[in-house]
Design a protein around this ligand. Structure first.
Ligand SMILES: *Cc1c(COP(=O)(O)O)cnc(C)c1O
Length: 367
């Protein structure tokens, strides 16, 4: 790319040096490449809900007639509904354009140049990339071989520059949980523990009760996975009161769309439907695990999320990824050296499992 010298002076050097985000291949692109209709693509690469959102969401969006107005900047009614659902107070809640935006807002409110963010890896890649964008230093601490937190190493990594410790439970992509005891030990360091519970509804396990006891625990949640609203971008954070006040100051006033607010409320109106899909996903999780264990070149790790990390024990993960894509099946492969020989597979519907397993058996001869 040619670099216009005037613009080069204008763009921040730290931004120019960032690696561009490489998004996964879009299903539309893959469908076009294979000459398949988009509905024939089996998307098991992003931990989305295969049953889709509640019909009440579509109904509520179709009949709403005030989209020409700005949404309520306080999002009062939606925050009240979410507070009741989550079991927290409205004052602690801040909504985000996905949980991703809340990661940014917390970093923006906390990080000065050189401040350290401790991240147990492997985990969700966004934390590191965004911490660095905001001037922070990502301090990656390896997990134990079963992906449990290495508590001694984490505690040893804390310095006077440590601002945050980012924990994910269930962890993406490894599927394991942290215990409250582990969270408490990390809280006792005095760092802000940012606990990402994006998959809370898949596990049913939360450290939310600790928010009332410690003023340095923040929890992130999202409607993307359990409620099937990934495309509408609705996440929320549950913060200590003091931190909530600071995050409000850095948050764009209309960061969440009216459509997202409507969709979140309509979802909570239809919790019976959503709990039905969660039950189906959990049942299929057990079935998929049994079937993956019988694929002789894969070793799946147990998971409390709606996905399985599988180590590829024969052949090459990226080759298997391509062979599945050629059959219209999208799974997640990794460039990260820690996950280079792994694939992450989202739990789909029973027929999705059957199609995936059939394809994995077919390609077994080639790996
Ligand atoms: C999917 C995911 C998110 C992002 O959620 P959005 O609300 O869609 O931005 C955050 N954290 C983890 C661990 C995730 O897997």
């Amino acid at each position: 790319m040619s670099v216009p010298p005037t613009l080069r002076r204008i763009v921040r050097a730290s931004v120019e040096q960032l690696n561009a985000y490489h998004p996964v291949e879009a299903p539309e692109e893959l469908a076009a490449r294979l000459g398949m209709p988009i509905d024939a693509i089996l998307k098991l690469d992003s931990n989305e809900n295969p049953y889709g959102c509640s019909f009440r969401v579509q109904e509520a969006l179709a009949t709403f007639d005030r989209f020409h107005h700005y949404p309520d900047a306080q999002a009062r009614s939606t925050r009240e509904r979410i507070a009741a659902y989550a079991g927290t107070s409205v004052e602690r809640l801040i909504l985000g354009n996905g949980a991703d935006e809340l990661i940014d807002l917390v970093f923006l409110a906390t990080l000065d140049a050189g401040d350290e963010v401790i991240i147990p890896v492997p985990t969700f890649g966004v934390y590191r990339a965004r911490a660095e964008l905001f001037g922070g230093e990502a301090v990656e601490v390896s997990r134990l071989p079963d992906f449990d937190l290495d508590m001694d190493a984490l505690l040893a990594a804390v310095t006077e520059r440590t601002k945050l410790i980012v924990i994910t439970s269930p962890n993406n992509p490894t599927g394991n949980l942290v215990t409250n005891q582990q969270i408490v030990r990390l809280l006792q360091t005095g760092a802000l523990v940012l606990l990402d519970e994006a998959y809370f509804e898949m596990s049913g396990k939360t450290s939310l009760p600790l928010v009332g006891e410690f003023d340095n625990l923040a929890i992130l949640r999202t409607f993307s996975k359990w409620a099937g609203l990934a495309g509408l971008r609705m996440g929320y954070g549950i913060f200590p009161h003091y931190l909530a006040a600071q995050v409000w100051k850095v948050k764009p006033p209309f960061n969440v769309s009216q459509a997202g607010l409507i969709a979140a409320e309509a979802s909570l109106d239809d919790s019976e439907y959503l709990h039905g899909t969660l039950n189906r996903i959990r049942a299929e999780r057990s079935r998929l695990l049994r079937k993956l264990k019988r694929i002789e070149y894969l070793t799946p790790y147990p998971s409390h999320g709606n996905f399985f990390l599988c180590r590829v024990t024969r052949g090459d993960a990226h080759d298997i990824h391509l062979r599945l894509a050629d059959r219209g099946i999208m799974v997640r492969a990794y460039g990260d050296p820690l996950l280079r020989d792994c694939l992450r597979i989202t739990v789909g519907k029973p027929e999705d499992t059957d199609r995936l397993i059939g394809a994995l058996q077919t390609i077994a001869a080639h790996v």
